[in-house]
Design a protein around this ligand. Structure first.
Ligand code: LLP
Length: 420
């Protein structure tokens, strides 16, 4: 469910006319709907209303401070994977007691910042990381609350590049090694075991892989407790998919919750979730202007002013995003386009052989479901400025990230001043 709908043939973001917004902001730009964000976080939380949970929004999906503030205001915590994300979460007012820190390559500097902030949990992903965290905590006179991320070796439906829970993936510790590492951690003075963590992938559209992984986790908790480890929390990661308009329709959070409650009820643990896409994905669109309609020999290309550097998902994962005309014309007939950007790569496309109502140069189209892994994965490739982000709330809008000027972009570079 989202709040991007047509009224009299014009696309609206909540109460804002997207074409008018495009005139004010200039294209391309992202628009987010506050009502949609709030709705998604509450649908997720309500699915677990009778359970002890922490929803730690996965900041990597969309880390704009204004978005984080909305989620903080809804009571969400944060799952962060870098010192930068930690700083954002704290700046947005997410209490450290609701922050978990995941990632395979936490540096000592990042761990120090997290220890000093007093975060809720480190999700430790390897033995060397455990050693470093223990030593650092001791040095700082602290004790780090930890969960160990174990890799359940479950293949989860999503694209190969976003599957994380198979034994070939770099994430977590080997399942068979988990008990040994917990025993080692128990003997450490710098860490305090709190729970178990797993995350199996992203854009997962069926319950079976979740069920397989969560059942394994429940068994492991039983074993760990038998070994004498006090496990109070189970972090189940993120990964629940969203409808993109094509492909499988993922389960509703209520069904996901039902499964989880069934599997975890006997464990008596606090559940932690790290949803990202599910919260932000359908809360954002990328608005772009048609530059040319180019009739090639084999294809008709709709060349738009957004490109792969602004939204890389189609290029990187062959991802489908619905594309809608911002103004619908009753008389327009369907045309099969390749919708492409101006970047000099053949992978710079948003859709191939896509049927759309005919649009003319100067008109706008909206690339849907772009709120997660959109702006955050943007680059300045081809020296294209990062695009602005706009937040809509009812019939008001606000610029929440401005478009950098060319001077801004060039200001970090300098003539060499040689040092030896
Ligand atoms: N927790 C951990 C440890 C993760 O690695 C991720 C995502 C999440 C939570 C959130 O997963 P979500 O609920 O959003 O599925 N760039 C890719 C997605 C990469 C996901 C990486 N990890 C894409 O655009 O599809």
């Amino acid at each position: 469910m989202h709040h991007f709908d047509y009224r009299d043939g014009r696309l609206y973001a909540e109460g804002i006319d997207v074409a008018k917004l495009a005139g004010d902001i200039g294209t391309p730009f992202y628009v987010y709907s506050e009502a949609t964000l709030r709705r998604h976080i509450s649908v997720f939380s309500n699915a677990f209303s009778d359970t002890d949970i922490l929803v730690a929004y996965s900041v990597k999906a969309n880390s704009n401070l204004a978005i984080l503030r909305i989620l903080a205001n809804e009571g969400a915590g944060a799952d962060v994977v870098s010192g930068g994300e930690l700083a954002r979460a704290l700046k947005a007012g997410i209490p450290p007691q609701k922050i978990v820190f995941s990632g395979v390559g936490k540096t000592e500097e990042e761990m120090r910042a997290a220890l000093e902030a007093g975060i809720y949990q480190f999700n430790v992903e390897s033995e060397p990381e455990l050693d470093v965290l223990d030593a650092l905590s001791l040095k700082l006179g602290k004790q780090a609350p930890v969960a160990i991320r174990a890799n359940p070796d479950v293949a989860a439906g999503g694209h190969d590049k976003i599957s994380t829970g198979r034994k070939e993936d770099k994430f977590g510790v080997a399942w068979a090694d988990a008990r040994r590492l917990y025993a080692k951690a128990r003997a450490m003075k710098g860490v305090l075991i709190k729970g178990l963590d797993l995350h199996i992938g992203s854009q997962i559209s069926e319950l079976a892989p979740f069920e397989a992984a969560f059942r394994k986790a429940a068994d492991l908790i039983t074993d760990l407790r038998a070994d004498g480890c006090a496990i109070e929390r189970l972090d189940l990661g993120g990964g629940l998919g969203i409808p993109y308009g094509a492909g499988a329709v993922p389960p509703h959070p209520d069904e996901y919750a039902k499964l989880i409650k069934r599997v975890t009820a006997p464990l008596n643990v606090q559940l932690i979730f790290e949803p990202g896409r599910m919260i932000a994905g359908n809360a954002g669109i990328l608005v772009t202007r048609v530059i040319y309609d180019k009739k090639g020999e084999a294809r008709r290309f709709l060349i738009v002013d957004a490109a792969m550097n602004d939204l890389i998902r189609p290029a990187l994962y062959d991802a489908h995003h619905d594309i809608l005309p911002v103004a619908k014309h009753a008389e327009a007939s369907d045309v099969t386009y390749d919708v492409v950007g101006p970047v000099c790569e053949s992978s710079d496309f948003f859709a191939k052989a896509r049927k759309l109502p005919e649009v003319a140069p100067g008109e706008y189209v909206a690339i849907m479901s772009a709120g997660a892994y959109g702006a955050v994965q943007a680059s300045q490739y081809n020296s294209r400025p990062l695009v602005p982000e706009v937040l809509v709330n009812g019939d008001k809008y606000a610029l929440i990230r401005r478009r950098p000027s060319l001077e801004d972009m060039l200001s970090l570079e300098s003539n060499p001043e040689w040092l030896d």
